[in-house]
Write a protein that binds this ligand. Structure first.
Ligand SMILES: Nc1ncnc2c1ncn2[C@@H]1O[C@H](COP(=O)(O)OP(=O)(O)OP(=O)(O)O)[C@@H](O)[C@H]1O
Ligand SMILES: [Mg+2]
Length: 298
């Protein structure tokens, strides 16, 4: 599907490193993990954070990505995982993820009890990458085990099992993401506690793509090739984002929503599509302001 990346992918397959800005990333050799992400459309952002992310990966430093929903946090990690042929596992640490699912748990059958590893331990042993979404919402027990993994000792202890120590495979990398919490617009989110924040040597604040980049991303992913139309959609989205910054709107307007809107506009008029792909996701209060903004463009 991502024809624009075909050439790059051929190049990546034939070389041993991937150059990102001034950083060289090793391309994984040998049999690939089943968790290597699929090929995807990716517009390299001009903001330069991809290079900083690559720096973190090259130096085995855990990286934290902070940005509004849909700015491309997951996409950035996924893109580098795909390009370097590394497996990527994802776990959402919102309050529903238990330490059992994260580290592992004892189960019982006719033969007796046995241990199953959780997603973190599996990724550590396999040498896959792991992306922890909504890290600011993680349970204290999970924060506690992340401390020892992110500290210099770089290990986790399976206390619930036999006290064994698990150390990461050299290819294991850890990323975390969160929405900015200062504004308090994301219900249930909170500031990441300082102790955990301190353990991320690289913290990347991401913003939306520039207008031109977002137009390209939306056209390629929605299949809508009417550039003038897509540009007006992106401008409307940017006006809404400005209104959010000025606290006139409280929801969000991600690139995902622009893609949904542009895709739907292939079949229906733009304003009607906006109602179904964007405005119906907003509160009554926000809906009025966003409708007015859309009306300015269509
Ligand atoms: N650089 C980019 N190139 C192409 N598409 C992009 C890019 N950045 C974002 N997108 C598009 O925006 C969508 C949202 O990006 P992504 O899932 O990475 O956001 P996120 O920051 O992880 O959001 P959340 O906080 O909700 O997890 C992607 O599915 C993709 O379609
Ligand atoms: Mg994400």
């Amino acid at each position: 599907m991502a024809t624009s990346n075909k050439h790059d992918s051929d190049k990546a397959a034939s070389s041993t490193t991937l150059r990102v800005g001034a950083v060289d990333l090793a391309i994984h050799r040998g049999s690939p993990s089943e968790y290597v992400p699929g090929e995807q459309i990716y517009i390299a952002p001009t903001q330069g954070y991809l290079e900083k992310l690559a720096y973190a990966i090259a130096n085995n430093l855990p990286a934290l990505l902070i940005g509004e929903t849909g700015v491309g946090k997951t996409q950035a990690v996924r893109h580098l995982a795909w390009k370097t042929r590394n497996g990527l596992r994802r776990v959402n640490l919102n309050g529903a993820t238990t330490v059992d699912e994260f580290l592992g748990k004892m189960l019982i059958n006719e033969q007796g009890t046995y241990w199953v590893n959780g997603v973190l331990v599996n990724a550590m042993l396999a040498g896959d990458w792991i992306l922890l979404d909504e890290i600011n919402a993680c349970l204290p027990e999970i924060a506690f085990c992340l401390h020892s993994l992110l500290d210099d000792d770089r290990m986790v202890v399976l206390m619930e099992y036999d006290g064994r120590i698990v150390r990461p495979h050299p290819d294991f990398r850890l990323f975390a993401s969160m929405n900015p919490s200062e504004e308090g617009r994301y219900s249930g989110t909170k500031m990441l506690n300082e102790a955990l924040l301190d353990r991320f040597p690289v913290v990347i604040r991401m913003d939306y793509l520039t207008e031109d980049e977002e137009v390209q991303a939306v056209m390629q992913q929605s299949g809508n090739s009417d550039e003038a139309m897509v540009r007006r959609m992106v401008r409307a989205a940017n006006d809404v984002r400005a209104a959010i910054r000025h606290e006139k709107v409280f929801g969000s307007f991600s690139t995902r929503r622009v893609i949904d809107w542009a895709r739907m506009a292939l079949r229906f008029p733009e304003k009607e599509s906006a109602r179904y792909a964007v405005i119906s996701k907003l509160t009554d209060f926000d809906a009025q302001t966003v409708t007015d903004i859309v009306d300015n463009y269509f």
